[in-house]
Design a binder for this molecule. Sequence first.
Ligand SMILES: Nc1nc2c(c(=O)[nH]1)N[C@H]1C(S)=C(S)[C@@H](COP(=O)(O)O)O[C@H]1N2
Ligand SMILES: [Mo]
Length: 319
Amino acid sequence: MLIRKPADIRPSEITSESNYLNRRDFMRAGAIAGGTLLTPISMSAMIPVSQGAALGNVGNSAFSTGEAPNSFEDISTYNNFYEFGLDKDDPAANAKNFKTRPWTIEVEGHANKTGVYDLDDFLRPFDLEERIYRMRCVEAWSMVIPWVGISLAEVIKYFEPTSKAKYVAFETLNDPQQMPGVRRRVLDWPYREGLTIAEATNPLPILAVGIYGKVIPNQNGAPIRLVVPWKYGFKGIKSIVKIRFTSTRPKTSWNMSAPREYGFYANVNPEVNHPRWSQARERRIGAGIFARKQKTLMFNGYGEQVAHLYENLNLRRNF
Ligand SMILES: Nc1nc2c(c(=O)[nH]1)N[C@H]1C(S)=C(S)[C@@H](COP(=O)(O)O)O[C@H]1N2
Ligand SMILES: [Mo]
């Protein structure tokens, strides 16, 4: 067994982990002292720092798919995270020592509440939920992932966007010291993504902080990343440091890099092929190399919840 000397434990780790425990104790004490509870105990999203630590107070979600999730091994070793390299196994190898604390998120643009928030403060108003979602990459593979996260719609409402806010833009950390991939101009860094306000306030998208009930692995976008289950995987921007409410459509990384191949909407659509390959079928990771590819579903199977968002849009042109 490996015993860590106090000197090996980062100060941020000590503070945050003891804060986490203290707050839980505080809530328990409150529940006892209060006798009858007039207000429910807060389920605010508090997350421990260490990779792999268990997340507490995780509620279940009615939105989960009934499909069996991929193994933790598949989910954490077959990744796209170009800041840490181009191959699927690069992120797991190169993000091992990525520092996810201290971590701040800057909220700016057309909203009543803006500012720079420490991650713990950013998460505090929201509830943690587990949501098992299908994810389909534009490269035509897919996985089922048991995310733990907070509702993006709740986050958007909390910051009170003004009537000028038509879109939400997100940015990933851009740190050449820690991210070997950004030392090369494979993309125009920082990695950027965006949604319309209507998409961002739909109940499905989440900001994920965990997988399989534990703190999200660095290679999956620690400490906080976007998950939009009806869109191609590249919309799920990782390691977010900035959220901006804008009046015009924000630039997005893959659209900037190859506009004819990657649109702003990026809705999963088996009828609109990528210029270089078909989008009609997908390979489920972990199913084995001899498994048949399965049919890709319109909006990745989430059409009932999101098709109305695009009623007046030509999805062939707005891919
Ligand atoms: N910052 C950043 N976010 C990113 C990417 C990236 O390269 N950089 N890749 C995207 C792509 S193409 C996919 S398919 C998903 C993969 O998420 P996963 O590795 O957690 O499965 O992350 C998305 N988010
Ligand atoms: Mo992807």
